[in-house]
Design a protein around this ligand. Structure first.
Ligand code: AMP
Length: 223
């Protein structure tokens, strides 16, 4: 099964994505996480990307598109869940072109919607567990508050992503996400039109609910 997930930073798409990845044994391909691995490993690509990421800008398409398409080819053989890509219409078109070329299908497109102010507050409160980035911890969400400053799942040390603590960078990331002309919402609309033509199935979820309610709705929609 191949799934594409859209949702603003802070909508819980990483958390839902991790649940789906486990349930259906998919490769969880997260463009932001691939960049962070490159940065952590000190690669040339990582050095180039960091400048854009720290500002909250998109990493240029010339770097991002080949990187993600390569990862899809090398890791996505047995099904994938793609998260964080496409983020604009150029990326959406390229992805669709590639999918058609390889004869693959996008079985489902999932869009988790969330008002912008709530998304921002959630990002500023988000904390990452050093043992597993997908352990949900957020100082602004009661249901997933850290336990005594440590990961509520495993007790691991927590930290915040530097691009999450910079309010201006968060605003920029959301400007890109909520841009329905050329940005990520436009990329989502691109796939919604494909769903209208019967090329894929489009699932819309309200990200304001709690994690388990959203997960139940999502699993029911996936049949
Ligand atoms: P994320 O973890 O999805 O919030 O991504 C972190 C940062 O990585 C973003 O703010 C961008 O700078 C960069 N990034 C991730 N995915 C993409 C993409 N599809 N296109 C361009 N830049 C991206």
């Amino acid at each position: 099964m191949n799934i594409l997930v859209f949702g603003p930073n802070g909508s819980g798409k990483g958390t839902q994505g991790a649940l789906l990845q486990k349930k259906f044994n998919l490769a969880h391909i997260e463009s932001g996480a691939i960049f962070r691995e490159h940065i952590g490993g000190g690669s040339e690509l990582g050095k180039k990307a960091k400048v854009f990421i720290d500002r909250g800008d998109l990493v240029p398409d010339e770097i991002t598109i080949p990187m993600v398409l390569e990862t899809l080819k090398s890791k996505g053989e047995n099904g994938w869940l793609l998260d964080g890509f496409p983020r604009n219409t150029a990326q959406a078109r390229k992805l669709w072109e590639e999918i058609q070329k390889t004869g693959l299908k996008v079985d489902y497109v999932v869009e988790i919607s969330l008002p912008r102010d709530i998304a921002k507050n959630r990002i500023l409160g988000r904390r990452l567990c050093k043992n597993d980035n997908n352990h949900p911890n957020n100082i602004h969400i009661d249901a997933i508050k850290p336990a005594d400053g440590k990961c509520r799942i495993c007790g691991g040390e927590l930290s915040a992503r530097s691009d999450d603590l910079d309010g201006r960078a968060v605003d920029k990331r959301h400007d890109i996400y909520y841009d329905a002309e050329n940005g990520t919402l436009a990329a989502a609309r691109f796939f919604k039109r494909l769903a209208d033509q019967g090329e894929t199935k489009y699932i819309e979820l309200d990200g304001e609910g709690d994690i388990s309610a959203i997960r139940d709705k999502l699993l029911a929609a996936l049949g």
